[in-house]
Design a protein around this ligand. Structure first.
Ligand SMILES: Cc1cc2nc3c(=O)[nH]c(=O)nc-3n(C[C@H](O)[C@H](O)[C@H](O)COP(=O)(O)O)c2cc1C
Length: 187
């Protein structure tokens, strides 16, 4: 098993969750393509200390371990259900606890789900600026899926599958370039 990781984080606040399922699908696709270890978390995994935390040090040890896994990931896949045209409040609150420099240069794949297509630009107008703030290496292909792209909670849309494949290839390209750069630096 590789010690390089792809970690997913989903901002869903209820389960079962289409968003968590979709993030899981993207994470597993990246893990298979680039031979990475995979892990996925959501707001419920963080537990009760998230909502009351004002600073990172207020998180309990389980939540702190998840935050560490996200900060240490070689690739991060984030997703949120669309709530009132944006990501969920607790998704933003979690990232508010992360040091501004902690995600600098990290490859990040943006995803979101929503009830319809009206707010499909959440990935460009809400999520991309947030990870731009962190100076993350946000991949060009961001993926939005609406309710009609799922059957019984499972992704059914060929168009979304194709966009996922595009994001997976972008992640592989970036990881390959970084490995090559590291190998040259080690010579
Ligand atoms: C409080 C609330 C607000 C929502 N606001 C929007 C919205 O503004 N735009 C939209 O397309 N869908 C909206 N939805 C629908 C959800 O984004 C959609 O059903 C999503 O896929 C649910 O993901 P989940 O299964 O991971 O919770 C909203 C749902 C809830 C509960």
């Amino acid at each position: 098993m590789s010690n390089r990781t792809v970690v997913g984080f989903s901002g869903n606040i209820t389960r079962p969750s289409k968003t968590r399922g979709f993030v899981d699908h993207v994470v597993k696709s990246i893990a298979a393509r680039s031979a990475l270890s995979a892990n996925v978390f959501d707001i419920e995994d963080l537990g009760p200390s998230l909502a009351t935390a004002r600073w990172q040090r207020d998180l309990d040890s389980d939540a702190a371990d998840i935050l560490r896994a996200i900060v240490d990931a070689d690739v991060l896949v984030v997703g949120s259900p669309t709530y009132k045209g944006s990501y969920t409040g607790l998704f933003k609150h979690f990232f508010d606890l992360i040091d501004p420099a902690a995600l600098r240069g990290k490859p990040v794949v943006l995803t979101a789900t929503g009830g319809g297509d009206r707010h499909s630009l959440i990935v460009e107008h809400q999520l991309r600026p947030l990870f731009g703030f962190f100076e993350a290496f946000v991949l060009p292909t961001a993926i939005y899926a609406s309710d009609r792209d799922f059957i019984d909670g499972t992704l059914s849309s060929e168009a979304i599958q194709a966009r996922t494949a595009q994001a997976v290839e972008e992640a592989a390209l970036l990881l390959g370039a970084r490995s090559a750069t590291a190998a040259i630096a080690a010579e």
